[in-house]
Design a protein around this ligand. Structure first.
Ligand code: F3S
Length: 92
């Protein structure tokens, strides 16, 4: 599965969502996560992110290892987001 890392926090560009063929993204308050059970590892989302926040789980930097759990746990807490919206960057 692919994982949304800390770079997304406070950004939420959400352009990743538009290319996901399986609606694997969920929207938390400050960042998005990917449901690892939904993700088919197609990899199309990763190059779309302007801040390179999306990682293959096997390439996740060691400092961000906690995001494996965060993506899984937050996926069950927050709703699916299936269309992009205004980024938080311009709302700060
Ligand atoms: Fe976040 Fe990048 Fe998507 S900032 S919302 S992972 S395009």
């Amino acid at each position: 599965a692919f994982i949304v890392g800390k770079e997304c926090n406070g950004c939420k560009y959400t352009v990743c969502v538009d290319v996901c063929p399986v609606d694997a993204f969920h929207e938390a308050e400050k960042f998005l996560v990917i449901n690892p059970d939904t993700c088919i590892s197609c990899s199309v989302c990763a190059p779309e992110c302007p801040v390179d926040a999306i990682y293959d789980e096997f390439d996740l930097p060691i400092k961000q290892i906690s995001y494996l759990e965060i993506n899984r746990n937050f996926s069950s807490l927050y709703p699916v987001i299936s269309a992009s919206k205004a980024t938080m960057v311009f709302r700060k």
